[in-house]
Unconditional design. Structure first.
Ligand SMILES: N=c1c2ncn([C@@H]3O[C@H](COP(=O)(O)OP(=O)(O)OP(=O)(O)O)[C@@H](O)[C@H]3O)c2ncn1[C@@H]1O[C@H](COP(=O)(O)O)[C@@H](O)[C@H]1O
Length: 114
């Protein structure tokens, strides 16, 4: 488990990444990979998220921790692009996670069914 300082850094890193990703809206697809993704449309961005998730899963099953870290970074980046494309602020996701803190995942599952 990472120490609290690293944990804070990881949250800030994600927020910073979202700001960068958001700033690429309307940028030149020739000079920005993020802008290229936006220009391809929501379905293509969603497909990339799926592909990166599969790649991460495969590395986890293979037991390659370094490759899992790299693929996870790709997955988080593409997920951020998907959120920005959808106009979803990460704060909304952070709030969802915060609401679930201290609640058992099993209780959460029951609440979703009812
Ligand atoms: N974190 C990332 C990041 N992670 C992964 N990638 C890109 O995601 C792509 C994933 O590789 P793939 O092989 O799946 O995709 P590909 O074959 O290159 O392209 P596709 O045709 O399949 O889409 C690579 O081109 C990576 O460079 C990223 N591209 C950008 N960022 C961040 O976004 C910022 C802005 O980038 P630009 O928009 O390019 O300026 C950068 O400074 C980074 O902080």
């Amino acid at each position: 488990m990472a120490d609290p300082k690293t944990h804070k850094l990881s949250g800030e890193t994600l927020d910073r990444l979202y700001t960068i990703v958001l700033s690429r809206k309307g940028a030149d697809p020739e000079s920005s990979y993020t802008a290229k993704l936006y220009s391809r449309g929501t379905a293509k961005i969603a497909q990339k998220v799926g592909e990166e998730a599969v790649e991460a899963i495969l590395e986890a099953v293979r037991g390659d921790k370094a490759a899992l870290a790299a693929e996870s970074a790709d997955l988080l980046y593409h997920l951020m692009v998907l959120w920005a494309d959808a106009g979803l602020d990460p704060v909304v996701v952070w709030e969802k996670l915060a609401q679930r803190e201290g609640v058992s995942g099993l209780d959460e599952k029951k609440a979703r069914k009812s």
